[in-house]
Design a protein around this ligand. Structure first.
Ligand SMILES: NC(=O)c1ccc[n+]([C@@H]2O[C@H](COP(=O)([O-])OP(=O)(O)OC[C@H]3O[C@@H](n4cnc5c(N)ncnc54)[C@H](OP(=O)(O)O)[C@@H]3O)[C@@H](O)[C@H]2O)c1
Length: 213
């Protein structure tokens, strides 16, 4: 059975996956790049980077994935829906290399990019979006790529099988939090934590077999 997976979702100690306000100049708001410095230092991101624990976790992001689902606020800054030429942050060859479903209340025609990424824009429930992504994934797993709101909604709907969060030792105080409304979510998962010498903590949530979706 293909799995629905979250990888490399970086959160502050107080649970924020992005700061505020989000803008074209500051996609993560006042968080800047601090949530992802651990990842930028790895070989996953940069060929001259580290190859230790952080890299091993980061690399899992790409293996066995046949499609991604992301939210409108990951795809672009506020107001991107008003720009008919907006194609995402990532240039002509985005790093997804698979069908990528963008959840938005203002869908537009699909956009075929270089390197195997096609953006499909969907106004749909999480379950409907996942069904479309699973079909497009050709038997491989589906990654829920974020941001916080979309991950939270998919966890709330009981659709996430495996989730890798990276807790970064910063306190953001404001932004968009992953955990709001998910009281007791830990009960559905076997959870492991491992601290990296870099200072981040990798948390893996694996859905308990009895409650696999
Ligand atoms: N920390 C990390 O590792 C990480 C990872 C990925 C992204 N991010 C960051 O997280 C931020 C984005 O997160 P976010 O929580 O603000 O937003 P998000 O999850 O990216 O997107 C939420 C938006 O998507 C649309 N949407 C969500 N569900 C929908 C549905 N079922 N049907 C139709 N539309 C739906 C809505 O936008 P509309 O109503 O406007 O259409 C909603 O406001 C960005 O700053 C991004 O860079 C962080």
């Amino acid at each position: 059975m293909p799995l629905t997976r979250v990888h490399n979702l970086s959160i502050s100690l107080d649970g924020f996956a992005t700061g505020e306000p989000q803008s074209a100049e500051a996609p993560f708001g006042h968080a800047g790049e601090r949530l992802h410095e651990w990842m930028f230092a790895t070989r996953f991101w940069d060929a001259s980077g580290t190859a230790g624990m952080d890299d091993a976790f980061a690399q899992r992001h790409s293996h066995g994935i046949g499609a991604e689902i992301m939210g409108a606020n990951k795809f672009g800054p506020p107001g991107w829906q008003d720009d008919p030429d907006w194609k995402g942050w990532w240039g002509e060859n985005p790093p997804f290399h698979s069908p990528t479903f963008v959840l938005t209340h203002r869908p537009r025609p699909s956009l075929e990019m270089e390197g195997g990424t096609t953006f499909h824009f969907l106004d749909a429930t999480p379950a409907e979006a996942l069904a479309a992504a699973l079909e497009a994934a050709g038997g491989q797993d589906v990654r829920i790529g974020g941001g916080a709101t979309v991950v939270r909604d998919f966890v709330a709907a009981g659709l996430v099988d495996l989730m890798h969060l990276v807790q970064v030792p910063i306190v953001l105080g404001r932004g968009v939090r992953v955990w709001d409304g998910l009281e007791g979510a830990e009960n559905d998962y076997d959870i492991e934590a491992v601290s990296s010498p870099s200072g981040v903590t990798h948390l893996t949530f694996t859905r308990k077999s009895g409650s696999l979706s």
